[in-house]
Write a protein that binds this ligand. Sequence first.
Ligand SMILES: Cc1cc2nc3c(=O)[nH]c(=O)nc-3n(C[C@H](O)[C@H](O)[C@H](O)COP(=O)(O)OP(=O)(O)OC[C@H]3O[C@@H](n4cnc5c(N)ncnc54)[C@H](O)[C@@H]3O)c2cc1C
Length: 413
Amino acid sequence: MPRTTCVVAGGGPAGMVLGLLLARAGVAVTVLEKHDDFLRDFRGDTVHASTIRLLDELGLGPAFRALPQSRLQNLELPQPDGLAVTLGDFRRLPPPYDHVAMVPQWDLLTLLADAARAEPSFALRMSTAAVDLLREGGRVTGVRTRTRDGVEEDLHADLVVAADGRSSVLRSAAGLVPHAYRVPFDTWWFRLPRWESEREQAALVPRIAGAEILLSFPRTDYFQVAYVNRKGMDARLRAEGVERFRERVARLRPDFADRLDALTSTDDLHWLDVRLDRLPRWHVDGLLLIGDAAHAMSPAGGVGINLAVQDAVAAATLLAAPLRAGTPTARDLGRVRRRRLLPTVVIQLAQRVLHRLVFVPALAGRQPRAVRLVAAVARRVPAVTRVPAQLIAFGPRPEHAPAFARRPAPADR
Ligand SMILES: Cc1cc2nc3c(=O)[nH]c(=O)nc-3n(C[C@H](O)[C@H](O)[C@H](O)COP(=O)(O)OP(=O)(O)OC[C@H]3O[C@@H](n4cnc5c(N)ncnc54)[C@H](O)[C@@H]3O)c2cc1C
């Protein structure tokens, strides 16, 4: 009967970090990832200071910094007078944590997977989905797995962790339903070329005009662009065709008009059905849910990856010892939610306030008063721009790597 100590469903940021940390604690852990590889575009590529610091503590800092990446240093709002006002300034945070790194998520996941494979108690099964929960006497005792070829196998474990994202199959199998908050918008992601002369730009630039919003993120050799509009617009945008979409973008960013032929069809638009939800309970006996499976985040602030990683660190810190000693109790599992609830609630609340004060008026064609107010304050007292930067970069209650997972970086050995 195949058996491990902990089986983690999902090889995203939460699942890979948990797998790595538990393996470094000597716990036998198997991570299941339903895809063949980590290569999926627009999964979210922002790596915040809390995660970069964690990677340093794990001894992975140099390898992380060697990955192709660009740096986001501030959040700028263009003004009618042509000058931009800085709303959030990461450069005011102490280095080396004074920026947001924009790193393809597949590179980050590959780095974590490689580090985890160095631990003898770690196993990663790609192309293998968790399709159902196994139960004995009401307790979850493992998962049914299915490979891409359709081969099914039961994998028994002392603990199952669902890190299978916002449409979690295991969450449904456990009968858990998240509370969903109303979100007024969706986003459509696409890429545009970034000219050589623009390589110095390191700011996130939002534009609000009409009833539409556009945000551009500088990447190594392209701009990652998010077009924001009301929910329910996807079919209409696609029916209107690419030429009409190009016009929308050019109206928001006239400086992008010279490169819109890079958008060849509406298939180049990656629709994100934005959700914001949270489970009232993150565990049942034998099963814990973390990351997006426990709480899907709005893209506002780009915090989803970092919060998922923090959940994983908390879970490993609290559960490594109970897993080594035997089966974690429901009380052990409940401690993970208790530790991560405050940061999750605070960030989701901030996102809901942002939706209401910025996105709702902007998408109704009104200039958001809150933005004008913040811009006026930031112009007079630039030091306040550290506050949003600190909140985004570290969030409330950032986690540190537990002692058992820390390693010196190769250069320090
Ligand atoms: C288009 C888009 C853009 C985003 N942009 C940002 C951003 O810029 N910054 C940011 O911080 N966040 C962003 N997010 C959110 C961010 O990607 C998530 O919050 C974060 O990845 C959550 O991590 P996770 O590990 O909990 O879940 P996920 O990243 O969703 O990982 C879940 C993993 O589980 C696998 N899986 C799913 N079901 C199963 C199963 N049954 N069995 C086995 N494996 C399974 C999936 O293939 C996936 O690899 C974005 C999300 C999307 C969709």
